[in-house]
Design a binder for this molecule. Sequence first.
Ligand code: CAA
Length: 387
Amino acid sequence: MFDFITDEHKMIQEAARDFAQGEIAPIAAEIDETGEFPMKTIKQMGALGFMGIEVPEEYGGAGMDSLAYALALTEISKACASHGTIMSVHNSLYSYGLVHFGTDEQREKFLRPIVEGHKIGAYSLTEPMSGSDAGNMQSRAVLNEAGTHYIINGTKSWVTSAPVADFVVLFTMTAPEKKHKGITAFLIDANQPGFVLGKKEPKLGIRASATSEVYYENYECPVENRLGEEGQGFKIAMSVLDTGRIGIAAQALGIAEAALDASIAYAKEREAFGQKIGQFQMIQQKLADMKCRVEASRLLMYQAALAKTAAKETGARYTLEASMAKLVASETAMWVTTQAIQIHGGMGYSKEMPLERYFRDAKITEIYEGTSEIQRMVIARNLTGLR
Ligand code: CAA
């Protein structure tokens, strides 16, 4: 039916499904409980090509398109949303910026080592007082007198993978008077002095993905590690988020699919009042609505991934398609996992089944990489042209 899904797409989807169900699903509950970062399976994912799916082959990546990435990420997230978060930040929020805005030297130094999953990449935009209002940041980068290094100071928060990251794409102010036009992007080596890890966030869900604050204390960043031009940072951050939001749609779809599959199986097996609960109209209605919303999310995700691929030729933005996919898929994940718990009753509330984990993991998809409120704002602005 969907001619745009090629044999190559199906191969990567199947490979991701096999790996996710064989290697990740068995450890998902345990790492959710312990909060341990799953380095072993992430490295295995690197060896399989899942940590650099869209990175061109000349830099060691798989050289595939956005649809391949979304299909694989859905399968990984279906088994474990923490793995989905790590994969998504690494592939889209970290790698995409380097592929599109980096120099060849920067790609050799900061991209090649991470595509195999042996080194981890992170993205750092948010600050304690600047989340949705991303342009309003307080951190600063000041060029030294010799003109060789930027000296960076400030606090960044909610940095996914920071505790294990080797490299970070950092957005900070070089010219505060210019507001968002004064933001610049930098490639940060997390093993250099001045990069100080702050508190690790104790999170509701995606508990095996490591998230922390980072303090920059006179961090010296060589000029050659600036990504793009001075003042180009906000646009880089936003265009990276466009691609990131397709990833979060894929992650949310994976979580929702897992909850739906479990609910169908339970409805066919569990009996009440002398019949299978799937024979009750109220359960049927839930399952039907869950399925419709999952499939609608999948179609929006396909649309966004195809828009991104088309944009390679035209240079057009796919902001609208990415925001719609992210908004609908994340709200679907939250709604479907809520219904799934209801269908399972007490068992859905128990940690003996994965439903409560799906529910906790789903919530973040409505928050990070732009809240649902921000997605609605972006969509409406695109429709009207008004600000
Ligand atoms: N692509 C390219 N350029 C873009 C763009 C895009 N998608 N969106 C905006 N721009 C450009 C605009 O064209 C404009 O350019 P000019 O100055 O030349 O006119 C400029 O950026 C400023 O745009 P806006 O005036 O629209 O900016 P704004 O201040 O009103 O903010 C916003 C827009 C959509 C609210 C934006 O701030 C936003 O997306 N906020 C949410 C931030 C976010 O998603 N944070 C999550 C961080 S990552 C994370 O979650 C952690 C993790 O590790 C997973």
